[in-house]
Ligand binder design. Structure first.
Ligand code: HMG
Ligand code: MG
Length: 298
């Protein structure tokens, strides 16, 4: 990848919709992903194969995944918490999956009912199957800049968990500020520390914008060398097991900033804005993207 190219991992259909009060029907989710597929995005996280009792918003994962139009050259990863989720995802046709754990024990217990060590043990067979079946596997480390239960999270814990996931075979590790409390220098220092153990080209950043710091944090992490950024169209999102966490940074705002500083994403901002505006109408709530607000104001 050229150093001025950034890959956006669009997490709106998954992270964006998993915490929404308005339950969108499968057809609308499919339409969302199909629209996103036309924008130039190369990676669109489509849904989660998790327990429907834990995340009822994504109980339609199988139908959504089967029916989306798979555009050649675009990856459609899905979240899986365990082997059961992996099998369901594969049966639906997924060829990219993501496992997820955290740098804090309390959050992990609340989110996936396991200790960090137990979660890594759970992922072992998933990684083995993925390897033998040629499935790409990404890893998430949540609470990388703070935990809703524990408060501060030592950087050493983030480094240890990220390294474990990488050593187990994840091709990319996404470092999540799950509750959006990070600030730029702290974000950069965390990324720097992880990059001592995991190559920078295998790292991504994932910011929620609870405190309005996400774009500044992304800028600091770009300066440090990261070139993969997670974001959600229209700024939807949040984790049901992270109280007080608001949406992901809006993809439109990230793309506007990246293009403004001379970086390339391959994304058509107008199409992305149109998709964000359409989604906010479907959800019947104002968009959280400043760019979409500015461009669609009457
Ligand atoms: P558990 O209750 O401990 O699991 O939950 P279990 O193994 O005892 O199974 C309980 C029931 O769930 C059983 O059904 C299983 O069959 C079923 P029953 O026999 O009672 O009818 N089950 C499943 N069903 C469908 N798909 C599966 C699956 N696994 C078990 N894969 C479990 C443990 C991990 C399943 C649960 O805690 C869970 O699903 N958690 C998911 C939570 C979640 O999705 N959180 C949001 C995503 S993480 C996030 O947003 C952060 C991120 O964006 C980065 C960041 O921002 O930091 C990634
Ligand atoms: Mg998230």
């Amino acid at each position: 990848m050229n150093t001025s190219e950034v890959r956006i991992v669009e997490v709106g259909p998954r992270d964006g919709l998993q915490n929404e009060k308005t339950l969108l029907p499968p057809d609308v989710k499919i339409a969302l992903i199909d629209r996103l597929s036309t924008t130039g995005l190369k990676t669109i996280e489509a849904t989660s194969f998790v327990s429907p009792r834990w995340v009822p918003q994504l109980a339609d994962a199988e139908e959504v995944f089967r029916k989306i139009r798979k555009v050649p050259g675009v990856g459609y990863p899905v979240l899986v918490p365990n082997e059961q989720g992996y099998r369901l995802a594969r049966a639906a046709g997924a060829t990219e999956v993501s496992v997820f754990t955290a740098a804090s024990e309390a959050f992990n217990r609340a989110n996936i009912n396991a200790t960090i060590a137990e979660s890594l043990v759970r992922f072992q067979p998933v990684l083995e199957h993925a390897k033998s079946e040629g499935v790409k596997i990404r890893g998430y480390v949540s609470t990388a800049l703070g935990c809703p239960y524990q408060g501060d999270v030592p950087v050493a814990d983030v480094v240890r968990v990220a390294k474990s996931l990488y050593d187990m075979g994840c091709y990319e590790i996404s470092l999540g500020d799950t509750i959006g409390v990070g600030t730029p220098m702290k974000a950069r220092a965390m990324l720097h520390a992880v990059a001592q153990e995991v190559p920078m080209h295998a790292l991504a950043v994932h910011f929620h914008d609870t405190y309005g710091q996400a774009l500044a944090n992304i800028m600091a992490c770009l300066d440090e060398g990261v070139r993969v950024v997670d974001s959600a169209v229209s700024g939807t999102g949040g984790c049901p097991y992270a109280k007080g966490a608001t949406g992901n940074v809006a993809s439109e705002d990230v793309v506007y900033m990246l293009h403004g500083i001379g970086m390339q994403t391959g994304i058509d901002l107008d199409l992305l804005v149109a998709t964000g505006a359409w989604l906010s109408a479907q959800l019947n709530k104002p968009t959280a993207s400043r760019v979409t607000k500015a461009r669609t104001a009457a």
